[in-house]
Design a binder for this molecule. Structure first.
Ligand code: ZN
Length: 360
């Protein structure tokens, strides 16, 4: 296969802190010999594991870009054992447009793997991650949220994998991320996912859904920041981290609730267009058969709404975000509650204040 047209302006094997770009030539009306410049940070100190941290795989999800921008601007090589590669805005054209997919080719990066070196801009980005960055990594964390059309309870997620040992390693990393919820996730359509590419390469992989609605909140950013540090500490990449005092109290009290999405009955898909009334909030307990949503005919009055009932009991883990819904939209996701109150690893051995995002 031909080489990628993407050239990094950083040296992945050099020690120290480097901030540069993945430079993707892109000739267009506004710039004849132009390039898409995807920001990248590499922080390395000697031999050790490599963690690849990504956000902006979808361009309208913001916890990853915020947390990773902050990490990239503050993390020092002296705090690292091995290497951290940070790409906060993976699908950079989509991120700059504030849209899920790329405005250049409408490419959904997370449906474009393994990509093509001679394909669309989005396929070229996928190919570069697949063939150049993934082989460098031992641990991969891909930060997502719901974007403009979905909202989630904040969770870190893994998939059920054929290799039980690999799944166990992913599960341990998920718990180290320490989101309020931890999910064994079912993908309705796993073809083309970055997740699948990373898992098939045998890496330790954790993804997240940390909120949604096309913005980030104080809480969802704090979850992302804590999670990134917990993940890096678990990977053995963080050597030690200086921190201001006072913010680490409460470490021992933090727990996560383990959720599971075992099959398609978790999903409620709209079969109508109209005005959406969700009858449960995120995190609420749901009983099988209970009305979870009503959809009103938005074209007239005097018509009873269509009721949507939960097909299983559990917890409302995701919901449609906008007030109007269209046929085919995911209205709600109800997940099984497997176990509550699982303590989150606080990595005392590395003195990393994983609950202290304000001490960066
Ligand atoms: Zn996403």
């Amino acid at each position: 296969m031909r080489a990628s047209p993407i050239q990094p302006t950083v040296d992945f094997n050099a020690d120290g802190e480097q901030h540069g770009f993945l430079k993707l030539p892109h000739s267009h009306d506004g710039s004849a010999w132009g390039a898409v410049m995807i920001p990248v940070t590499v922080i390395r100190r000697g031999e050790g594991p490599t963690a690849l941290l990504t956000g902006g795989n979808h361009g309208d999800e913001y916890e990853g870009p915020i947390a990773l921008s902050r990490l990239a601007s503050t993390l020092k090589a002296s705090e690292v054992n091995g290497r951290v590669i940070i790409v906060p805005f993976m699908n950079y054209p989509a991120f700059r447009a504030g849209s899920r997919t790329s405005p250049i080719d409408r490419g959904n990066l997370n449906r474009s793997f393994p990509g093509k070196p001679d394909g669309t801009v989005t396929e070229k980005i996928a190919d570069y991650f697949q063939r150049y960055l993934l082989p460098l990594a031992d641990y991969v964390l891909d930060l997502h949220a719901g974007g403009r059309t979905l909202d989630f309870v904040p969770f870190a997620a893994i998939h059920l994998l054929p290799d039980a040992q690999q799944q166990g390693r992913c599960e341990a990393a998920m718990r180290a991320f320490g989101a309020p919820y931890s999910m064994r996730m079912l993908e309705l359509d796993s073809v083309g996912l970055f997740d699948t590419a990373v898992e098939e390469a045998g890496k330790v992989f954790v993804s997240t859904e940390l909120g949604g609605g096309g913005t980030a909140t104080v809480e969802s950013v704090a979850v992302a920041l804590r999670g990134v540090l917990g993940f890096l500490a678990h990977a053995g990449v963080l050597a030690a981290r200086e921190h201001g005092g006072g913010e680490t109290s409460g470490d021992t009290a933090r727990t996560t609730t383990l959720l599971d999405m075992p099959d398609g009955t978790c999903f409620t898909t709209s079969e109508h267009d109209g005005l959406l009334e969700l009858c449960k909030d995120l995190g609420d307990t749901v009983k099988s058969g209970e009305v979870i949503a009503r959809i009103y005919d938005a074209s007239r009055t005097g018509v009873a709404p269509v009721e949507y009932r939960a097909r299983r009991s559990g917890l409302l883990a995701a919901r449609h975000f906008p007030g109007l819904v269209q046929i085919g939209d995911t209205v709600a996701v109800v997940a099984d509650v497997v176990e509550r109150g699982i303590p989150v690893a606080t990595n005392a051995a590395t003195s990393v204040p994983v609950t202290a995002p304000v001490s960066f």
